[in-house]
Design a binder for this molecule. Structure first.
Ligand SMILES: Nc1ncnc2c1ncn2[C@@H]1O[C@H](COP(=O)(O)OP(=O)(O)OP(=O)(O)O)[C@@H](O)[C@H]1O
Length: 679
């Protein structure tokens, strides 16, 4: 990811940082970038003022002494005041830069046409580093300025020391080995941090698991607290061990750098002392050298930290540039002919392989979803259903093949343009912690503030009962983490997600991935009624439902059966049952699970002691009938006990018929179990 940038990355980071500062606040940026280093050059004049004062005093030259005193005073006051202003200005600028990078990061993650980058571990690791360090973008400018100040201080000292003694001009240069040792150490640490990003991500996930409300129940139930703690510690050590080792590895060179600089400093002081003793130098010069040397030592003491800070800041910006460089693939620009108002959606030899995988998760598949059809997609876990949904939504780039809508190749249409015609309720839908109206209205931003549109969507998805139970109706704030927030049940959240998917008017494609997973049977039935059957307003809309619940599936116009990423069967529910293939097997197993328990024949009622009319023969010859008549529902002439999902109680019988090729003439209570048993 972005390896070509590696060589010029620090420079690119500096350019980006300065460019961003100038873009967000040009006046402040120029003030900070120019004023601060300038002040550090000017500050060196304090030493000159002191030199004049000392020489004036020693030589009984009042004018020189006063001149020196005035210079010292003016420079000191100016430098202090201007430095305070520069710091205030810089703080404001830092905030603005931080905000700007936040905005760019949000865009970078949320605006790419596809979501493939979230499956790339390299992207995820880099994004994690950037997320963790995102507060450093603003202070990166401060790091840059402080390092520039250091250079300015050294340049000022170099000029003045050269005036005192030519050889002393070399003194500031003796910092160079120390600076480069510090730089190397910071580079080693940054590399170790990058290598440990995966472990850091794991540590953060484990921390979230132990502290977030959602996993709290399982954490307690399975007594995971200790396990999570020890894994958290392991992840910490895995990340911090190499970091510490890198720091230690760089420390030897840093110590050698210090030794060299200290030796040079002592040599410099010896030179000027000898000049004073020889009478070739003045006492004022000795004071000047002493003062500048002290400053250099002060600057050098913070050198490691300053360079480390700059290095890290630039590395953070470079990581951001790696994210920017992450390949997005070729995406059409969205210009060209508009999409037809309705049409078939057709997959031609489409396949998709996740990054790092060798086998395609889907395909190659050929499939035609007719305009206006309701299509159910079924298959075992991992069969490729959600992958198909993501491809249909244009969220993943196709590996191979093409998808056409109304004959138009979607490769010529930007994913954003296509997605404007798509609406969806995903398996892992969002729980937007917002007022209900917005949590639903987000499904179609132009209607966000239109309560009528929101109410229509709620009614159309059978979710109006959720709002009816909330104190402030549409204005109810959702979210358990907010002080005035109301939490919902999983099913209620799902209903709102379904309502959100109803906001967009006249979509070309509706994608529902496990839309009823959290719903009770009544709500599921209502959803089907509202969502599928009353969709007449948009006759061209294709609705794709991924579901493991066959009561949902059987309603579809077309059923697509996926297995191991391939389509193994397509047809209507009835056709597929008749084919007695994979679908019929799955359906039969499902029906068996929902089948009513065989009803035990009741014991003949003991004859009442006082009875004069014998009732026993009726009970003995037809024991079950009265029980079912009282508690069950009649369907197709068959009796189903109350509380049993009638669809499956009946259809298990259908399967029994299909699988035995009509041999079973009657499908009463017994064959339901037999149908499953025959699979
Ligand atoms: N982000 C990913 N990276 C790598 N492989 C993935 C990723 N997501 C899914 N897969 C793999 O792709 C295959 C299809 O997954 P998919 O989620 O489409 O299945 P599914 O039919 O929707 O399953 P389920 O019924 O469990 O939701 C699986 O083998 C899965 O392991």
């Amino acid at each position: 990811m972005g390896k070509s940038r590696r060589g010029r990355r620090p420079l690119a980071a500096v350019r980006l940082l300065i460019g961003t500062a100038i873009r967000v606040d040009p006046r402040r940026a120029l003030l900070v970038l120019i004023l601060s280093p300038l002040l550090n050059v000017v500050a060196a004049l304090q030493a000159v003022g002191l030199q004049w004062m000392v020489d004036g005093t020693a030589g009984h030259d009042r004018t020189e002494a006063v001149r020196g005193g005035l210079l010292l005073l003016v420079v000191t006051v100016f430098v202090h005041q201007a430095a305070a202003v520069a710091t205030d200005v810089r703080l404001v600028l830092q905030h603005r830069i931080g905000l700007e990078f936040d905005r760019r990061l949000m865009n970078l993650c949320s605006t790419p046409a596809h979501i493939g980058h979230y499956q790339d571990p390299d992207f995820l690791d880099t994004a994690e580093v950037v997320r963790q360090r995102r507060g450093e973008f603003g202070t990166a400018l401060a790091a840059l300025v402080e390092n520039a100040n250091l250079v300015a201080r050294c340049v000022g000292a170099l000029v003045l020391l050269a005036c005192a003694h030519p050889l002393l001009a070399l003194l500031p240069l003796t910092i160079v080995p120390l600076a480069s040792a510090n730089r190397r150490q910071a580079r080693l640490v940054a590399a170790a941090e990058r290598d440990g990003a995966g472990a850091d991500r794991r540590r953060k996930d484990l921390f979230d698991l132990a502290t977030a409300p959602a996993p709290a129940r399982e954490v307690r139930l399975y007594r995971l607290s200790g396990e999570l703690s020890s894994r958290h510690r392991e992840a910490f050590l895995a990340a911090s061990g190499p970091r510490e080792a890198a720091r230690a590895k760089g420390a030897v060179a840093v110590a050698a750098g210090w030794l060299f600089f200290s030796g040079a400093l002592i040599g410099g002081l010896y030179l000027i002392s000898r000049a004073v003793i020889d009478g070739t130098g003045s006492a004022g010069q000795a004071v000047l050298v002493l003062l500048l040397s002290t400053r250099l030592v002060g600057a050098t003491t913070g050198l490691g930290w300053l360079i480390g800070w700059l290095r890290r800041a630039l590395d953070t910006v470079s990581q951001y540039l790696r994210l920017v460089d992450h390949p997005q693939g070729d995406v059409p620009d969205g210009t060209g002919r508009p999409l037809p108002p309705r049409g078939d959606l057709t997959l031609h030899g489409v396949s998709f392989t996740y990054p790092g995988r060798t086998r395609p998760a889907l395909g190659p598949v050929d499939l035609r979803l007719p305009a206006g059809a309701t299509v159910a997609v079924v298959g075992d876990n991992g069969a490729g259903k959600s992958t198909l949904v993501a491809l249909l939504a244009g969220l993943q780039p196709l590996g191979e093949g093409r998808v056409t809508y109304g004959g138009r190749d979607l490769a010529e249409v930007s994913p954003e343009v296509w997605r404007a015609h798509v609406t969806a309720c995903f398996q892992d839908f969002c729980r937007f912690e917002l007022p209900v109206r917005e949590a639903v209205g987000l499904g179609h931003i132009p209607a966000l503030d239109d309560p009528r549109a929101v109410r229509r969507a709620l009614a159309a998805s059978g979710a109006d009962d959720v709002v009816a139970g909330l104190g402030s109706g549409l204005d109810t704030q959702l979210g358990r983490t907010l002080p005035d927030g109301t939490d919902l049940s999983a099913g209620q959240w799902q209903k709102l997600a379904l309502a959100r998917a109803k906001m967009r008017p006249a979509p070309a494609l509706v994608l529902l991935d496990e839309p009823t997973a959290s719903l009770d049977p009544d709500s599921e039935a209502a959803l089907l009624h509202h969502y599928l059957r009353t969709d007449g307003a948009h006759p061209g809309t294709i609705t794709v439902i991924v579901s493991h619940r066959f009561a949902t599936v059987r309603e579809a116009d077309l059923v697509v059966v996926l297995a191991d990423g391939g389509i193994v069967e397509t047809g209507t529910h009835t056709e597929l049952l008749a084919r007695a293939g994979r679908y019929a097997t799955m359906y039969g197993l499902h029906a068996k699970a929902y089948a009513p328990e065989p009803v035990a024949e009741p014991e003949p009622a003991p004859a009442p002691v006082a009875a004069t009319t014998p009732a026993a023969p009726v009970a003995a010859t037809a024991p079950a009938a009265p029980v079912r008549a009282a508690s069950g529902a009649a369907q197709n002439g068959r009796q189903v006990p109350a509380g049993v999902h009638t669809e499956f109680a009946v259809d298990a019988g259908e399967v029994a018929l299909d699988r035995t090729h009509g041999q079973a003439e009657t499908v009463g209570d017994g064959p339901v179990g037999q149908a499953g048993g025959g699979q």
